[in-house]
Design a protein around this ligand. Structure first.
Ligand code: CTP
Length: 206
């Protein structure tokens, strides 16, 4: 199989030296890329993380949500499975100022506009034989909200987790496909969870 995996938190630039981002480390996406590669699959990793590219993996570095969307569109048609593990910014500045914003003694307002939901785009454009997997980060009503994302984004699998997973080496996740019950994977290293996810995708669809 050819896995297309995204990782890391995107950076939305306000000016050349300042950006809005989030606490995602990219570890889950990288663990998935390594697990898929070790299992003998071809892997393309689109990353907004500073982590070192894993060996044996096709690597595409990006900064912003817009760049990540462009890269996903470029590689999506050729992949068998997209896993959107990246923490894509939901909003980006309306204007990115070309020179460093100077300090002034008054309030500064930065207007944000919504980004494209890459996962939703993939769910809408996938071919019959393509599998699209999304993550759902939820602090409340985890299963209910994750299931809504599974349906609304036309996904084949949703992996739900809690904010505590962000930046941590370990995580516990709950997984659902449209026709299965919830599967709870107990807390483990992201490496262990990633191996299970890749195995699940491989055995469920291929
Ligand atoms: N995602 C995406 N493009 C975006 C935002 C999110 O592809 N612009 C993907 C993420 O990579 C993840 C999934 O959508 O796989 C869910 O992300 P999450 O932050 O949990 O939810 P959102 O859809 O952004 O909604 P909300 O933040 O309101 O919960």
């Amino acid at each position: 199989m050819h896995f297309l995996i995204t990782a890391g938190g995107t950076r939305e630039y306000i000016d050349p030296v300042r950006f809005i981002s989030n606490a995602s480390s990219g570890r889950m996406g990288y663990a998935l890329a390594r697990a898929a590669q070790k299992a003998g699959h071809k892997v393309t990793l689109i990353s907004a993380s500073d982590l070192q590219p894993p060996v044996g993996v096709e690597f595409v570095g990006v900064d912003s949500a817009a760049e990540m969307f462009k890269a996903v569109k470029k590689f999506f048609a050729k992949c068998d499975c997209l896993i959107m593990a990246a923490a894509v910014a939901d909003y980006t500045p309306v204007r990115s100022v070309k020179t460093k914003i100077k300090k002034e003694d008054k309030f500064l307002t930065i207007k944000l506009k919504p980004t494209t939901d890459i996962l939703k785009w993939a769910g809408r454009h996938k071919k019959k034989n393509q599998v699209v997997v999304g993550f759902a980060l939820e602090d409340k009503k985890l299963r209910e909200r994750a299931e809504r994302k599974l349906k609304d984004k036309n996904l084949d699998m949703i992996i739900a987790n809690r904010p505590a997973a962000i930046g941590s080496d370990r995580t516990s996740v709950q997984i659902k496909t449209p026709d299965s019950k919830w599967l709870q994977l107990p807390q483990a290293s992201k490496t262990t969870i990633a191996k299970k996810v890749i195995h699940l995708v491989g055995s469920h669809w291929y």
